[in-house]
Design a protein around this ligand. Structure first.
Ligand code: NI
Length: 149
C-alpha cells in the first residue's frame, strides 16, 4: 500500500461548481476520489498513446448469417495468437451474436486487431475498451481501518 500525500488545488469558483455538479451526477461522495479517477484516466490515456502494454475488451455484435463472417473473425483471433486471452460468445437472437474478446498487448496492436474486426461487413456494432494491467493503478486505501460493513 502506498502512502497518501495531500495536495491543494486552486480553482476558479465556477469551475469548481461545475466539477461538483458533474461528480454529484456521477455519484462520487467526495472530490478526492473523483480527482483520483481523473488522474488515473489521464495516465491510462498516456499509456495508450505511448503504445505500452494494456489489457482490452472488444465487444462485437454481428450478424452470423453474413457469409464467412464467423470464419473471418476466428481467423483474426488465431492470427493474433497469444494476445487473445479469452472469447465469450452469446447467441442474442436468430440473427445476432455478441462476442467479447479479451486481449492483452501493446495498445496499438490491440487497436489494430479491433479496427480490422470492426470493419468487417456484418459486424454491426462494436467497441474496444482499454485498461491498464492494474500495475500503476494501485492507490492507497483511504480507510485506515478495515471495513465493518
Ligand atoms: Ni452466435
Amino acid at each position: 500500500m502506498s502512502q497518501l500525500s495531500r495536495t491543494g488545488v486552486s480553482l476558479e469558483d465556477d469551475l469548481l461548481q461545475d466539477f461538483d455538479r458533474l461528480i454529484g451526477k456521477r455519484g462520487y461522495k467526495n472530490r478526492s476520489e473523483a480527482i483520483r479517477d481523473l488522474i488515473r484516466e489521464a495516465l491510462l490515456t498516456d499509456t495508450v498513446d505511448s503504445n505500452k502494454p494494456v489489457v482490452g475488451t472488444l465487444t462485437l455484435v454481428y450478424d452470423h448469417h453474413m457469409p464467412n463472417l464467423g470464419e473471418k473473425l476466428t481467423a483474426f483471433q488465431h492470427t493474433a495468437g497469444a494476445m487473445i486471452l479469452a472469447t465469450t460468445h452469446v447467441h442474442l437472437d436468430h440473427h445476432y451474436c455478441l462476442e467479447v474478446v479479451i486481449m492483452k498487448g501493446r495498445s496499438k496492436e490491440l487497436q489494430g486487431i479491433a479496427d480490422q474486426m470492426l470493419a468487417l461487413r456484418g459486424v454491426e456494432l462494436g467497441k474496444l475498451v482499454l485498461a491498464n494491467s492494474g500495475k500503476g493503478l494501485k492507490v492507497a486505501h483511504t480507510h485506515p481501518h478495515p471495513h465493518t460493513h
